[in-house]
Design a protein around this ligand. Sequence first.
Ligand SMILES: [Zn+2]
Length: 587
Amino acid sequence: MTTPDTLHTLSYADRAQFVATLGGIFEHSPWVADIAWESRPFSSIDALHAAMVEAVSSASIEAQLALICAHPELAGKEAAAGVLTRESKTEQASAGLDRCTADELARLRTLNKAYREKFGFPFVMVVRQRSKHEILDALASRVGNAREQEFATCLAEIGKIGRFRLEAMFTNSSASRISAQRIWDRCEALALCSESTDALTRIYLSEQQRAANVLVQAWMQEAGMATHLDAIGNIVGRYEGKQPGLPCLMLGSHLDTVRDAGKYDGMLGVVAAIECVHALNACGTRPPVAIEVVGFADEEGVRFSATLLGSRAIAGTFDVSALDKTDRNGTSMREAIRQFGLDPSAIATAARRREEVAAFVELHIEQGPVLEAEGLAVGVVTAINGFCRSVAEIHGMAGHAGTVPMNLRKDALAAAAECVLAIESLARETPDLVATVGQIEAFPGAINVIPGRVRFTIDVRSPRDEERVNASNKIAQLIEKVCAGRHLIFSIVPMHEGKTAACAPWLMNQLGHAIVAENMVVRSLPSGAGHDGMAIIAIADIAMLFVRCKGGISHNPAEAITLEDIAVSTRVFLRFIENFKPLNAHF
Ligand SMILES: [Zn+2]
């Protein structure tokens, strides 16, 4: 019997292949698989098993009898002659029936004979995980039953045997080694590495980060990886490929959190990647590239107001001037790195060369509502949106709220309100573009004073840099128009700009294939939030697999995902890893 790699592959096999694969699940009775084929595809072993049992129960009495008669006697002449099917041989041996004493064998043969003479068919029983004494006792007891009752009992036992055989067939696949529950439990364990017990906060170079690293390092080692802590504090696990020293497929995500965070942003990507390596290792699979899983030390940038510290160090783009930044207690990053037991002058040693990294792929919760709204468990990220942030100021004329007539006012806040709405409409009209005015201040800010000056922020993001730049220019024109109409002056000061990190089409394709193979549609979507790939893209092509999260809520303790989505997304991720084909250019 051939072993299919997954239930899914089998579901889409042709009838002959399907029957060839499952013909032995019900002893010498390929007709059962042949009928069950009509009910494909099967979403689970349960569904496949139910279809096979249904095929048996709706068959004629003659066919059912033939099925029972196809079973060998326990420790009978077939076993003695060595003509048992592989399944029966293994099952009988597991119960010790191949090692009976002469007395046991004599008793078994006598009972078997009496049973067959009374009913006209052989005694059938699930022998897996049963001792030969239990089997003998059951046989002695069942020989006293009525024929009709015994006929039904045999069919029920045959159904159970089929179930065990199906499970044994599919537990050889690596996907069956994935435990969504273990991923779940590990996210819970990491959530306990927190500054406070009532909220999850784990910032860069904290004792909580050290505790999280200890856990992650142990899990990596358990999954068969060699581990090290690099000079910036990233925890790195490496699973060698077919030969040691190959370039790696880099996976992972960040282990730091925002203040009062959820349990999955970052952590899920680390834990799920470790689970995939565990599955490969459990099956003894060595891929054509090495696999590295990185738990990035700092992505959120909470402690030093500088983001992507871990991934920038790996990409070799870490800005050493950031070492002078201080946290809210006045501790510099340089000092904090020392206190953590690392050497700030060695950060460059964390950098990886382009030849070492075949690709970087991150599994991450969506942090938005798109997948949930469309009823999809996973999505392929097209790009991590570029962004520009600026501050606009409008200058009018402050005045008495009671004495200045409406037609003589220069109200900066009323103008700003018009600008905010114009920015919103512009973004609504442009696909994938988002624009936000998140802060606004009016001066002097009194109930009885016309606002003379207003300051507001503008945040514009898009997966396409050109559209983002165009939109920023249009926003400047809109503000100019509003202010000109009201005879006000204005200024716009750019603050930060980040270029779009486009995901590599060849990696997106491979992720797409993995999703299709799991029987789901491929939904592509941009990432509105920033991620480590924005830094790693300096040395490797990047891609991301998004996982649906509840209500699109993130950076919030209400962040939630389901066990089922963990299972599905990790299966997709594992399938992607197992079928990963690097671009030749990397070798
Ligand atoms: Zn994140």
